[in-house]
Design a protein around this ligand. Structure first.
Ligand code: GDP
Length: 234
């Protein structure tokens, strides 16, 4: 089994709120409703990981989940029914980054959050993979283009202190019209793929790998796990 245990650790609103950088981590970013919680639950064999960021009215925060920690009963710090653990040999963090859909958030707060995001992607040394989730049914939205623009400016720049890979994940591929009727469920429609490639090119993210997934059918699970191992095996 790749996952023994997953547990919520903390929500960070600034770099000093992130846990100690003592293991690899991967970040998932995507607009709300893209299928992020469903995908992370599928990857970690959970029914419902508490995605705090989904609670309406909650501040935008980076939510840290520890994968494969040893339960540490001595610490007795409980989140729901979870007991925080201590690091094991294949522990890593999954970080849930909120999307940019904050129309109702004041400009000042937006800027602060955007700065945190920049700083995180640039300076978090243990960051191994940035997964950007895009809905396979509709392709990249304006918000996705903004995310790519941000990532494109950081990835491979001299300032970037990690060698984080940027990987696009297409979600809900079972709902993509073509794939639903096709014998090949991993094939998304040509128009979505073209739009994606155009948006990637326009935002200078290079040739990012594209992984086609479905939380419903578990399509793409092994492929995503190949990237998760970059964080788990240090
Ligand atoms: P989040 O807001 O990004 O965390 O999105 P959720 O995981 O809550 O999913 C949003 C909606 O899309 C829900 O109604 C899910 O049931 C649906 N959904 C998520 N993943 C899939 C998928 O792989 N296939 C299908 N058909 N629906 C999905």
């Amino acid at each position: 089994a790749l996952v023994r245990r997953t547990c919520f650790v903390t929500g960070a609103v600034g770099m000093d709120g992130c846990p100690e950088a003592d293991r690899g981590e991967v970040a998932f970013i995507g607009r709300s409703n893209v299928g992020k919680s469903s995908l992370v639950n599928m990857l970690t064999n959970r029914k419902s990981l508490a995605f705090i960021s989904k609670t309406p009215g909650k501040t935008q925060q980076f939510n840290y989940f520890a994968v494969n920690d040893k339960p540490d009963l001595a610490r007795q710090i409980r989140y729901g029914d979870e007991v925080l653990g201590s690091k094991d040999r294949d522990s890593f963090y999954i970080v849930d980054l909120p999307g940019f859909g904050f129309a109702k958030v004041p400009q000042k707060q937006r800027q602060e959050w955007s700065d945190f995001m920049d700083e995180y992607l640039t300076t978090r040394e243990t960051l191994r993979v940035i997964f950007h989730l895009v809905d396979a049914r509709i392709g990249p939205t304006e918000e996705d283009a903004k995310i790519m623009h941000k990532v494109g400016a950081i990835i491979g720049s001299k300032q970037q202190r990690n060698h984080a890979k940027y990987v696009i994940i297409l979600t809900k591929a079972d709902k993509n019209v073509k794939s639903a009727s096709s014998k090949n469920p991993g094939k998304v429609s040509e128009s979505v793929r073209n739009k994606l490639c155009e948006t990637m090119k326009a935002n200078k993210v290079g040739y990012a790998p594209i992984v086609v997934t479905s939380a419903e059918t578990r399509l793409g699970r092994d492929e995503v796990w190949r990237y998760l191992r970059l964080a788990a095996e240090q």
